[in-house]
Design a binder for this molecule. Structure first.
Ligand code: ZN
Length: 293
């Protein structure tokens, strides 16, 4: 199943891909099953798919894409999870996943503006696969780990490098407002290879390919991450594990490449889709807000 969250007429909407195109409805209409965060928590994805398939057609061009998930209890991001990226970052390949947190509040949907902050010009991209937890568990054995993953989506772990590297805790540089993007679709695990392994991941800026790798190159696979991260904390439906980025980030290039206003950054994962966002300057945003007032 492939779900697409959106807004239209000021209301939330959810659509399902069917052989005849997307079908879906808006909150308040007959057939509205709830948003994806609710459906995962209540274990009602299959029921929702049946309801949505009976709804009317949704033209993705006529609606505004929304974040597939915006109420995750945890957004766990994994750093240095591709050997070539650890090497280009001049960091050791870690013996245990290097995890930092992102917060829902700084994430934006497909098509929305990535905001280069006024405080820094070192705005970098990171294309990543996201594993979405569907079944709760703690201390999950690796053999059963993939049973806890409901599906997958795409992430751009936009990073403000000077702030990220100012201390050895990355949280500030990874949580500037409007710097992380996710979506546009949520694809259930049954549609993809186990652990979403073997999928090509590419990141493009203005059409130029800057990252190109296979998800099989993850140091800690999706099953490893679910098992290792659940050692101490219960993973719950809707929790997001953002699995790390391959080599080719802008900071490691010579010359360095940072996202600039007017750029378009796209992350594509084979068999999932394309996450595309324009980049604007924070200054432009505030000027627009001021001139509209
Ligand atoms: Zn990352």
């Amino acid at each position: 199943m492939r779900f697409f969250s959106f807004t239209a007429e000021g209301r939330r909407g959810l659509a399902l891909a069917t052989p005849g195109g997307y079908r879906g409805c808006l909150e308040g209409e007959a057939g509205w099953p709830g948003d994806l965060d609710t459906l995962l928590r209540e274990d009602r994805l299959a029921e929702a798919a049946t309801a949505l398939a009976a709804c009317g057609p949704v033209d993705q061009g006529d609606v505004t894409p929304a974040l597939p998930f915006n109420r995750a209890d945890k957004v766990l991001c994994v750093g240095l999870n591709y050997a070539d990226h650890a090497a280009e970052s001049k960091m050791e390949t870690p013996p245990f996943p290097t995890v930092f947190a992102r917060f829902n509040s700084n994430l934006i949907a497909h098509g929305a503006n990535l905001v280069r902050p006024a405080a820094s010009e070192m705005f970098d991209y990171e294309g990543e696969l996201v594993a979405v937890i569907g079944k709760p568990g703690r201390a999950i054995p690796k053999e059963r780990a993939l049973d806890h993953v409901a599906g997958y989506t795409i992430f751009n772990d936009g990073s403000i490098r000077d702030f990220q590297l100012r201390t050895n805790q990355w949280t500030v540089g990874k949580n500037f407002d409007g710097t992380g993007a996710m979506g546009p679709v949520f694809v259930t695990a049954d549609e993809l290879p186990p652990g979403a392994a073997g999928l090509r991941l590419t990141t493009r800026v203005n059409g130029q390919v800057l990252q190109d790798a296979s998800t099989s190159l993850l140091i800690f696979s999706v099953a490893d991450l679910v098992s290792m991260l659940s050692i101490g904390m219960e993973l719950r439906p809707g929790d997001l594990i953002v699995t790390g980025t391959p080599s080719g980030v802008g900071m490691a290039r010579d010359p360095k490449v940072f996202l600039r206003p007017g750029d378009t950054c796209e992350v594509e994962i084979e068999r999932i889709g394309i996450l595309s966002n324009p980049v604007v300057a924070e200054e432009d945003e505030s000027r627009k807000a001021l001139s509209a007032a």
